[in-house]
Design a protein around this ligand. Structure first.
Ligand code: GUN
Length: 314
């Protein structure tokens, strides 16, 4: 079985973004990212600090804005709208989930589509659905990248995507179905209400799980030689660990790795790709707004994003 090493691939991408950022800085442009965290969800805090740390490592200017968990809808929207007009921020990321009293849809809609580096704004979801993505959500972009980086045939393949969230499952299912050389797949979007889920899984050449249920899928659930992409990052109690928990995916690793032809581990698979792609999207936002030539030299990214090194973004 081929281990899909997202950790190593994410590192390669970060190096390329770093070079592109250096070129932008020489032109007088420093890409900037505002990360907004509401409340103190422990997993969100870890994600946000890693987004800020990686930004700095790549020369991207980053600020984390931490807001109290009991903030009102109006106050949150005012913070986001102010960030829209701050020239030093090319990208704005609102970490999800939000505390329950807040309306996620309206909060996302307060972010300018030009700065929506998560690609969650309905305008950007619309562009994506129509086959002209402007920002591709980071995790779906990371998954697409890994498939192509490992030469996994996507075009014409049967792909089952498990989970229909707006963050991963739905955008990824749409992307994979687009009429593009890097997509053109037969996509089945599966979820908890589907009868006979396992029958659909068995037909798939590529199974992508993004449901967040620890070790829900086992080797016997997939076709012999299928590719297994695990987007789940689940904490399970483990008294033997210092933190009291360990991370597992949606796939049961031991049994999946005996059946799959290629698979992503957890941790070290899709997770690091999400942050790397956030850096790509932040750089993309700055290059587009500032009109600087595209500086990332990577065939897979340039094919998916329809960008070309040395050319301005249309
Ligand atoms: N929560 C889980 N994944 C994501 C993500 O990709 N972006 C944001 N903003 N929040 C998340």
């Amino acid at each position: 079985m081929q281990l899909i090493d997202g950790k190593a691939v994410a590192q390669e991408i970060r190096e390329k973004v770093k070079k592109a950022v250096e070129e932008a800085v020489k032109e007088g442009i420093t890409p900037g990212l505002a990360v907004v965290l509401v409340g103190d969800n422990p997993a969100s805090k870890i994600y946000v600090s890693s987004k800020a740390r990686v930004s700095r490592e790549l020369g991207i200017y980053s600020e984390t804005i931490t807001l109290p968990g009991d903030i009102s809808q109006k106050e949150l929207e005012d913070v986001l709208k102010n960030l829209n007009s701050e020239k030093r921020f090319h990208g704005i990321l609102l970490q999800l989930p939000l505390p329950p009293q807040l309306d996620e849809e309206r909060a996302i809609e307060s972010i300018s589509p030009e700065k929506d580096v998560d690609g969650f704004h309905p305008v950007n979801m619309g562009y994506l659905s129509r086959g002209h993505p402007r920002f591709i959500p980071c995790t779906p972009l990371g998954v697409l990248y890994l498939l192509h980086r490992y030469n996994i045939p996507v075009e014409g393949s049967s792909v089952s995507v498990l989970g229909r969230s707006n963050i991963v499952g739905r955008p990824l299912s749409i992307l994979l179905s687009l009429k593009k050389p890097w997509a053109n797949a037969a996509v089945t979007l599966l979820h908890s209400r589907v009868k006979d889920l396992k029958r659909h899984l068995k037909d798939a050449d590529i199974v992508i799980s993004a449901v967040g249920r620890p070790e829900m899928l086992r080797g016997e659930d997939i076709k012999d030689g299928a590719v297994a992409i695990d987007v789940g990052i689940n904490r399970v109690e483990d008294p033997a660990k210092e933190k009291g928990y360990r991370l597992v995916g949606d796939f049961h690793w031991e049994s999946i790795s005996e059946k799959a032809s290629a698979a992503t581990p957890v941790p070290g698979g899709v997770g690091p790709m999400t942050v790397a792609m956030l850096m790509v999207n932040t750089y993309l936002a700055s290059a587009r707004v500032e009109g600087i030539p595209w500086g990332i030299d990577d065939n897979i990214l340039n094919s998916i994003l329809e960008t070309k090194k040395g050319e301005k973004i249309g």
